[in-house]
Design a protein around this ligand. Structure first.
Ligand SMILES: [Zn+2]
Length: 251
């Protein structure tokens, strides 16, 4: 067993008994870990204030690879992301980012890139004025790339042709762009221009993303398409998508 000090982001929390909390964290060194904080109601205990969903913190914990739940010794907040938590739309999209990363993060393995993507993503959303959906399209593409399941978007993934017609397909089982001949269901049909935009969003730096405005109807279509692709390849639903859909009128 070793005593580790590491930055971490809280993915989710569960109250455990009267005075403990178990949380899932993303760490750069050990990927996704679960850890328990005990004695939260003891006078002077400030760990509970730090261990809230989405908070970026410095964690000191006892780590043992063979153990499912690690033990937290200390936790100090780096960024609570209050600018996200005080804004319904920001919070909704940030919850999506946290859930997506939580689904692809490996348990116990180094995840430095994914960790940086999440922290930078939360910082970006914290200062977003609108455009959160288009940022989340880019974020999803980055995370899929890091996880090794990014869609091929530059040519047909099967025959390598460059379909530039009005109709192309994002084929989920084929793993990306597919021409009419090669597409396999389930697939999302897009126009050639929409597919090019999707690829462009995935390679944009944050400052350019902030200056780009995708029409809301196309943005919604691309967000749906990339998330259908993501859910297929991570083999899981994302609860936050259902919430984003039901709350879309308020976002
Ligand atoms: Zn083809």
């Amino acid at each position: 067993m070793s005593l580790e000090t590491s930055e971490a982001v809280v993915l989710r929390t569960i109250e455990y008994g009267e005075t403990s909390r178990i949380a899932s964290f993303l760490t750069p060194d050990h990927g996704r870990i679960s850890a328990i904080a005990k004695g939260l109601k003891r006078p002077g205990n400030t760990i509970g204030d730090a261990i809230e969903p989405m908070t970026h913190l410095e964690l000191v914990y006892y780590y043992k690879a063979a153990r499912n739940v690690q033990t937290i010794k200390e936790a100090e907040t780096i960024n609570r992301f209050d600018d996200i938590k005080s804004d319904f739309a920001r919070y909704s999209y940030a919850s999506y980012c946290v859930e997506l990363v939580g689904k692809v993060a490996p348990e116990g393995d180094p995840s430095e890139e994914l960790f940086s993507e999440l922290v930078e993503g939360l910082r970006f959303i914290g200062s977003c004025k609108g455009k959160m959906q288009q940022f989340c399209i880019a974020f999803c593409l980055r995370v899929l790339k890091t996880a090794g399941v990014a869609p091929v978007l530059d040519c047909c993934v099967v025959c390598r042709a460059h379909p530039d017609g009005k109709r192309v397909h994002l084929s989920l089982p084929a793993g990306g762009l597919a021409c009419d001949k090669c597409t396999k269901e389930p697939a999302v049909t897009l126009t050639g221009a929409e597919l090019k935009l999707l690829a462009k969003l995935g390679s944009m730096e944050d400052d350019l993303l902030g200056r780009t405005r995708v029409p809301s109807e196309i943005c919604a279509k691309l967000f749906d398409a990339i998330n259908r692709f993501a859910c297929y390849h991570i083999e899981s639903d994302l609860k936050s998508l259902g919430f984003l859909k039901s709350a879309s009128a308020a976002l």
